[in-house]
Write a protein that binds this ligand. Structure first.
Ligand code: CO
Length: 146
């Protein structure tokens, strides 16, 4: 049997297992996501964690992160969700979920949620937004699929 240097073996093995993108985003009491843009690879698994790093009560300053299907604008979707009855305890009504690629639950202060999904095969920009009422104007970002 041939001798395989450990470093070569490691590269070989890691090439199979290091494809998943791990994205961590925080939302805070000033209605901001700390990450406004992130990249993932088309068709590959993504693990997305949202941390609410604020202190204000969930009912006043809850956050979620909702990634929208291609071509759906965060602003337009925020308005649509409000029109569909989005509120401080149910910010993502079922009737608008057809536009959603992936979403975390609504988080209060100090809470965290992790979701996994498969990045779309279609490359391009996918907007994301917090749909807590009043947040969509400021809490927005873009997932870039490459
Ligand atoms: Co928010």
């Amino acid at each position: 049997m041939k001798f395989i240097p450990f470093s070569v073996l490691f590269l070989f093995v890691s090439s199979f297992f290091v494809h998943a993108s791990e994205i961590v985003v925080s939302g805070n009491d000033t209605m901001q996501f700390d990450i406004k843009t992130f990249e993932v690879k088309a068709g590959e698994p993504v693990t997305l964690t949202l941390n609410n790093t604020g202190n204000l009560p969930k009912i006043a300053m809850g956050h979620n992160l909702v990634i929208l299907n291609k071509g759906i604008s965060a602003i337009a979707f925020g308005q649509k969700a409000l029109g569909a009855g989005a509120n401080a305890t149910n910010p993502l009504p079922d009737s608008v979920k057809d536009d959603v690629l992936a979403n975390t639950k609504l988080l209060g202060p100090g809470e965290s949620d992790t979701v996994t999904f498969t990045a779309p095969k279609e490359t391009g920009s996918y907007e994301y937004v917090c749909t807590f009422p009043g947040h969509f104007a400021m809490m927005r970002g873009t997932m870039i699929v490459k």
